[in-house]
Design a protein around this ligand. Sequence first.
Ligand code: 3PY
Ligand code: MG
Length: 260
Amino acid sequence: MADQLSSKIRSGKAVFSAWSGIPSQYVAEACARTDFDTVTLDMQHGAQTTQSVTDGIGAIRLAGKPAIVRIPVGRFDMASRALDLGASAVIAPMINSVADARAFAESMKFPPLGGRSWGPHRAITLGGYESNQAYLESANADSLAIAMIETREALDALDDILAVDGIDGIFVGPSDFSIAWSGGKTVNPVLDDMMEGVAEIARRAKAAGKFPAIFVFDPGVVAQYAGYGYQLFAMATDGLYIARGAGDLVAAARQAVKSS
Ligand code: 3PY
Ligand code: MG
């Protein structure tokens, strides 16, 4: 049985992820019930906890969508745990070296590829796997390990990171990348100067057979990134969705009163 997310990625189609930092299964479910392909629960900068991720993955999967978890920096124990709880992919921030990439892959893949420990009971239930054996046979291919490239060190080590077996894709964090690119002078996720670097990362990832992903605030840049070869777009953020939706609604209501 192939996982919905890995099948979509392997088909080469564009994949759009909602991004949820609010630790609530209701918010996760609301995001999953939109036209997004998947929902990412953010434990790095978002307020998601082990408990809210447990609840959120259930809510997303029961809404018929695959779930992704972004773990905190270096928390590779949480990567395995997210998979056990039913996540289809894990995004690991600040993968700056081959050692980081190997440690991440080790936590994500069962032997012989890695050293993931057995215990995916919730994943088996939510995924409708027929048996433990069926899960074991598809887990390494279906559980996507996505390494974040967001520093100069990561860029310098990119080809070696891409060569690590068990790393399936890379994910550019454009805010951190802009800080690194400008030597700490600016934070701007669409910094003009760094676009050559952003394009180069996608080109090298694809040449290595790994899929490139990126974080996006403004849908206006998606076509440009797709042109570079990016395939997975994570779109910020649940707080912004609420603020924009509420803002539009109340503005329309106030306008209606004014013009009546
Ligand atoms: C970044 O832009 O640095 C990110 O980590 C996106 O969430
Ligand atoms: Mg970042």
